[in-house]
Design a protein around this ligand. Structure first.
Ligand code: BGC
Length: 346
């Protein structure tokens, strides 16, 4: 019997008994290796957050006695698949993947499994495969908090005229952010309190694509809108450039996500209104601990599951926070993600 099937049966029995889901990997590196080797395959290092994710992950894995080989695919599916193949050839004991394309990376997971290497999806889900484990933030909640922020700032009379920028269509998270936003917005749209004037997906999450979306909205409707629901800080930055060129930066509510340094600075300056802070130190540390356990074939307890179209993937969800000028110090600065001096200039 396929050992993976046996694991699924064990997992089912244990979940009935304890209400938990157990996931266990089966990788096996060369006998001469004394420290586990983890392969980290990243979509991109473009956004500031991913550089932090990488550094924190590698440092934590090192503390736990493991080595990490990191490859970044520069937003190319072909390159990411080749990266994973290279890591499999290196006989890594566990693979951690931040997929560019949720569906395309199923092939990478299947290849890893053929080589008996367990796979942990980091922050972004991989769909349509027998993924071992997933660690992330509550991404639907991210979208809900972004939209809730707008819902609490509706104009006293009339409707809030809104532009919406979604993320990359290929990123499962982008769909979850939209789903969360829709939960909050749809009743307000139905009640005539919010009108969406323009909406679009920003390919590859690129700020320049977000800017084009806002430029197109301005061409169509003029600068007559109250808020931009940007799904992350990168796209918020692109949107704010368009607003600056139009002379209305600071007059329009702009949301974001990631607490990038540039976004925190914009929040202090008043051109961006909020961001969602996702404590990356928690994600990267827990992910490193989980990856090391997978590499060492030790059992893992995950309390949640994420359906990925093929299976219910054992999942770990971490908390998130809505951040404005008022609580920047008590959250992002306090946790050391950015410094007081970098954000406030003193
Ligand atoms: C992440 C965001 C990030 C975006 C673009 C999403 O999957 O959850 O934190 O801003 O990708 O890289």
């Amino acid at each position: 019997m396929n050992p993976r099937i046996l694991l699924v049966i064990v997992s089912c029995v244990l979940s009935v008994l304890t209400g938990l889901v157990i996931s266990r990997g089966g990788g096996s590196g060369p006998a001469t290796r004394t420290r586990p080797l983890i392969g980290l395959s990243m979509d991109t290092l473009k956004e500031e957050r991913w550089q932090k994710d990488r550094d924190l992950f590698v440092a934590e894995a090192g503390k736990l006695g493991a080595d990490v080989e990191v490859l970044s695919a520069n937003s190319s599916d072909t390159r990411q698949l080749a990266d994973v193949e290279a890591l499999i050839t290196r006989k890594v004991d566990a693979l951690v993947i931040i997929p560019k394309d949720a569906a395309a990376m199923a092939k990478a997971v299947n290849l890893a499994h053929q080589a008996h290497i367990p796979v942990l999806a980091y922050d972004r889900l991989i769909t349509g495969c027998d993924l071992d484990l997933y660690i992330t933030f509550d991404n639907v909640k991210v979208g809900e908090l972004q939209a809730q922020f707008l819902a609490e700032r509706l104009p006293a009379t009339g409707k809030m005229r809104l532009l919406r920028i979604y993320g990359a269509k290929t990123d499962n998270n982008a769909k979850l952010f939209k789903q969360g936003q829709d939960h909050v917005l749809q009743p307000l749209i139905a009640a005539g309190k919010v009108e969406v004037l323009h909406e679009d997906w920003a390919d590859d999450w690129k700020p320049e694509n977000a800017k084009k979306i806002i430029n197109a909205a301005i061409t169509k409707h003029g600068p007559n809108f109250d808020a931009i629901l940007a799904s992350n800080d990168g796209t918020a930055g692109g949107a704010i450039q368009a607003l600056t060129e139009e002379g209305i930066a600071g007059k329009v509510i702009v949301t974001g996500q990631d607490a990038d340094l540039a976004a925190c600075q914009r929040i202090v300056q008043g051109t961006q209104t909020m961001t969602i802070y996702k404590p990356l130190h928690l994600l990267s540390k827990q992910a490193a601990a989980l990856a090391v356990r997978l590499a060492q074939h030790r059992p893992i307890i995950a309390r949640d599951v994420s359906p990925n179209g093929q299976t219910d993937v054992p999942s770990v969800f971490l908390p998130i926070h809505s951040v404005t000028k008022d609580n920047l110090r008590d959250t992002v600065v306090k946790d050391g993600l950015v410094t007081e001096k970098d954000v406030f200039g003193r």
